[in-house]
Design a protein around this ligand. Sequence first.
Ligand code: SF4
Length: 349
Amino acid sequence: MDGLEKAKKILAEYDGPSFRIMEVCGTHTHEIFRQGVRKMLPEQIQMISGPGCPVCVTPVGFIDEAVYLALEKGCTVCTFGDLVRVPGTELSLQLARGKGAKVKVVYSPPDAEAYAKEHPEEQVVFLSVGFETTTPSSCIAVRNAVRDDLTNFSLLTANKTMPAAYDAMKDSTDLFLYPGHVHAISGTKACEDLVKEGVSGVCAGFTGKELLTALAIAAVEFPKGKPFFRNAYPRVVRPEGSPAAQAMVADMMEPEDAEWRGIGVLPASGMRLREEYADYDARKKYDIPAIQGHGNPACRCGTVLKGEITPRQCPLFRKACTPEHPVGACMVSSEGACSAWYLYNNKED
Ligand code: SF4
């Protein structure tokens, strides 16, 4: 019996206690739905989607800051495509385009730096959103800008790190399905430290086989009643992570308190450029005023991100809120829980 068949058998024959497992990664959320993983789980195992989509947890005020830079400061805003349609307090970047904002979709932070180099007449700001996996590439973009002597490139940062989110969510689940790509960078120390606090989890890859293997490990370990951590993605995740990426980020960025949509401010959970790189920090460069964003009060993104309700329990789901007409970030993003439920889930609740 190969590994996949063995995992399926363990899950199919599971007769242990009920438990909840929270996936803390938007890519996991979508792959779990796309590959029909939920349907292969016994009824005692409940999956919850947590705050793992970087676009979704970015607060409304960040979109307002980006719109401010585009419309008031005349900056060219470079961004990943998902952020363009996320509603701000009054405007999304897409709507701001209609008022003259220059918004360019790029595939990586270095692409934005390259654009700035090719367009010295424009002031270019990259919207730096993401977790441990994507933060190093923002640092590479700034390093390239220093190398190229650019004065027309900066970052608007909303980078975040996962350990504070694990801490904030640990009472909402029985164990975590840790995101493999995050821990490929940061290593597994945070997961092992949580075991000492009684918090269990399994680090998982992204294929059907990797997800089912991780869930089967959870099904084997959870009934034993002792906190545990297992790395079910060892071909990519090493205990020490990527020391080179960690060193580069530590050299260029420092932690700051950061707001997570729906969760609030989590201490030292954000990353900003260090003072040596202040010329590349858009908030300092453009002296952006404090902006308090306000989302649509009917949107339940915050409670979805905390795993307190499923998207189907939001009254706007599939009615006023669809991927074509998103009310909240969770329906816009390709990693958002609401878009995953919309695309793949017609029955479950
Ligand atoms: S379905 Fe739409 S309105 Fe409801 S929580 Fe999700 S994004 Fe917000």
